[in-house]
Design a protein around this ligand. Structure first.
Ligand code: FAD
Ligand code: SF4
Length: 311
């Protein structure tokens, strides 16, 4: 009897989806592997099969397509930072990509993988023996949330830094699955449930990220973390001010999904900020305290509005 495969390198999106659909156990797509492999080593990912999509050429490349820039999901964060179409039309994307991890990780880490990296929590992102000793929480089949003591909700943090900038820019994603290809707004894939943070089907593959051209807008991006390199976010904010007066606030690291508050330049801006602060669901599961992070949301947003010369 041959033992079941634990690793397959897919040559095309169709082949990857068909391998995934035919697999009876857990599986994971592997792009740069900088999130998947760490989770596997910590016993937080039990996939019995890795389907490597890293060499599928259809998922690569950055180009202008009609009225948008199409960024292949396999584009590395390092490539994003220097690509002329990104630096010219969406400099905030380069800034967000540069704030992720460290230079070595950004060489391998992809944009698609960043949008789907797992939610994090200081009680969950630990070694298996640490979690055995401390007790397992809701996100790893335990009875309670160790951060809150509750037994219903997981508040693991949404940590994708690039998603925060992309949602501010009204990005969409092109998603392939068994029933074809669809284009959907990026923000709708995030559920707000810390245990199952995304509503994409398990077999779906993000082909590309689409950024609309002609959205005349300026965005101020900020990230709070203890060290300028390596650390995941304790709070990421992007405030986009569109030429027609629209304002979009997007926050990461303070809820199980991105917090999005839409408004306009004619709104009461301090009220807009307080709405954003009150929408966050921050619990004590980070190296900074809950109180400090909550306060910093207001500080970041006030500074961003000042830099945009709106207040
Ligand atoms: C030390 C360290 C620091 C880090 N710091 C940060 C940080 O500051 N900010 C941050 O946002 N991230 C951070 N990360 C996490 C990670 O490096 C990035 O999120 C990275 O961009 C993930 O991309 P990847 O290609 O390596 O994803 P992978 O690990 O390959 O995949 C991540 C997830 O996405 C899925 N996936 C990948 N591509 C696709 C696709 N095209 N279609 C469908 N599913 C797909 C995988 O199945 C998996 O579930 C850090 C990681 C480490 C180890
Ligand atoms: S927020 Fe609670 S349930 Fe979720 S990962 Fe952290 S400790 Fe576990």
């Amino acid at each position: 009897m041959t033992s079941p495969k634990t690793y397959i390198k897919a040559a095309s999106v169709t082949q990857a989806i068909s391998c995934a659909t035919g697999h009876t156990g857990n599986f994971r797509y592997l792009a740069g592997g900088t999130d998947v492999m760490v989770n596997k080593f910590q016993g937080n990912d039990e996939a019995s099969l890795l389907i490597d999509i890293s060499e599928i050429s259809d998922l690569k490349g950055i180009a202008i397509n009609d009225s948008f820039v199409r960024i292949g999901a396999l584009t590395s964060l390092e490539e994003l930072i220097v690509h002329p179409l990104v630096t010219r039309y969406f400099p905030v994307m380069a800034e967000a990509a540069k704030s992720v991890a460290s230079p070595i990780i950004r060489k391998t880490a992809t944009l698609g993988g960043n949008l789907l990296c797992e939610n994090r929590c200081s009680f969950y992102n630990q070694s298996e023996w640490w979690r055995d000793a401390a007790g397992h929480c809701l996100k790893c089949d335990g009875p309670i949330c160790l951060a809150t003591g509750g037994n219903k909700n997981c508040f693991s943090k949404f940590v994708s830094d690039t998603a925060v900038a992309l949602i501010g820019l009204n990005a969409s994603i092109e998603v392939a699955d068994n029933d074809g290809v669809v284009v959907i707004p990026l923000e709708i894939i995030y559920t707000g449930d810390g245990i199952n943070p995304r509503r994409l089907s398990k077999t779906a593959i993000i082909n590309a990220i689409l950024l609309p051209l002609g959205e005349d807008c300026r965005t101020i991006y900020k990230k709070l973390r203890k060290r300028e390199t390596l650390d995941f976010t304790s709070l990421t904010s992007a405030v986009s001010f569109h030429n027609d007066g629209r304002i979009r606030i997007v926050l990461g690291g303070v809820h199980a999904q991105p917090v999005i508050v839409d408004g306009s330049v004619t709104d009461d801006l301090p009220y807009l900020i307080s709405r954003a602060v009150s929408t966050t669901r921050i619990v004590d599961n980070d190296t900074y305290s809950r109180t400090y992070r909550k306060e910093m949301v207001g500080v970041f947003l006030n500074r961003s509005f000042k830099e945009l010369q709106l207040i």
